[in-house]
Design a protein around this ligand. Structure first.
Ligand code: SAM
Length: 276
């Protein structure tokens, strides 16, 4: 897609401007989200027009207006071409997900990881998804496993409302319960009743590790996401091990999966732990 964009713009931008163009962009439903580098701001309308002309399925072109920020990890955007809207629908492994790309967090790049987690779930499991957003994990697990029950907890009220809408859009998936609130407040409601707990907050989930471990059944699994340098994955395992020790549990077996790139040396990783 990056090459195509460069080709489409070859006669419209100068050689220097073409060099600045960032390789690739995300497509969320029918919204393209691009990064406009410094020096190309004046050309953003031309870039947006080229994307729209070359991709009939894209109806909106937006640019990142800042980084992901705040507790809800949202991404400010500015629309630079096409329709003036922020709401769209994504299809992920056959699941329908409606969202507002500016008001909720959703990573289009994590679909394979969600599918991987769903493939680990055994028949009859009770699963808890912390930081569940618009509910892509609960829906994927419901669709691709024989879990008994899946509970999701999300604090952003807008994301929770989209999650409820997404449950309706995927009406065949019925074993999901979604709660809106702070994980720290809601976790104490549960006992050690979950076969599997998934913590989808790669920047600060460690603050909730001990509380999350309290609700994992003996012999259950914890999936802990983290951002880590490529030579330091062991540090993320150490965080899980230390939390286990402080709540008098232990890490019986562990696996680490790299499931995304954050920067050339930094990965989004998942520590899959079997908990005593
Ligand atoms: C990285 S996003 C993951 C969203 C979703 N699971 C996904 O894969 O698209 C983390 C989510 O955690 C939510 N969040 C942050 N702090 C929270 C807290 N203390 N309690 C509950 N949810 C929280 C954010 O609003 C955000 O939707």
């Amino acid at each position: 897609m990056a090459m195509k964009l460069k080709e489409a713009l070859a006669s419209l931008l100068s050689e220097n401007e073409l060099q600045l163009l960032v390789r690739g962009y995300d497509v969320v439903g029918d919204i393209a989200i691009i990064i406009v580098p410094q020096g190309l701001e004046k050309r953003e309308q031309v870039i947006a027009a080229a994307i729209l002309a070359n991709n009939p399925n894209i109806k909106v072109v937006a640019k990142r207006a800042a980084h992901y920020y705040g507790e809800f990890r949202t991404l400010p955007i500015t629309i630079i071409g096409g329709e003036d809207r922020r709401e769209t629908e994504v299809r992920e492994f056959g699941i329908r997900l409606r969202l507002d790309v500016e008001k909720v967090y959703f990573s289009i790049r994590s679909g394979n990881e969600r599918r991987r987690i769903a493939s680990l779930v055994q028949p009859g499991e009770n699963v808890l998804v912390l930081f569940s957003g618009i509910a892509p994990y609960p829906l994927m697990i419901s669709r691709y496993s024989l879990a008994k029950k899946i509970v999701g907890i999300e604090k952003n009220p807008v994301a929770h409302d989209f999650a409820l809408l997404n449950l309706k859009l995927n009406r065949k998936l019925k074993n999901i319960e979604l709660l809106q609130g702070d994980v720290g407040d809601l976790l104490p409601r549960f006992s050690s009743e979950f076969d599997r707990v998934i913590m989808v907050l790669p920047k600060s989930a460690e603050d909730f590790l001990e509380a999350a471990l309290q609700v994992v059944k003996p012999g259950g699994y914890l999936h802990f996401y983290d951002m880590q340098n490529n030579d330091s994955f062991g540090e993320s395992v150490a965080k899980v091990r230390a939390a286990c020790e402080s709540v008098k549990r232990s890490l019986l077996a562990v696996d680490v999966t790299a499931c995304g790139h954050c920067s050339p040396r930094t990965y989004r990783i998942c520590v899959d732990g079997l908990i005593s």
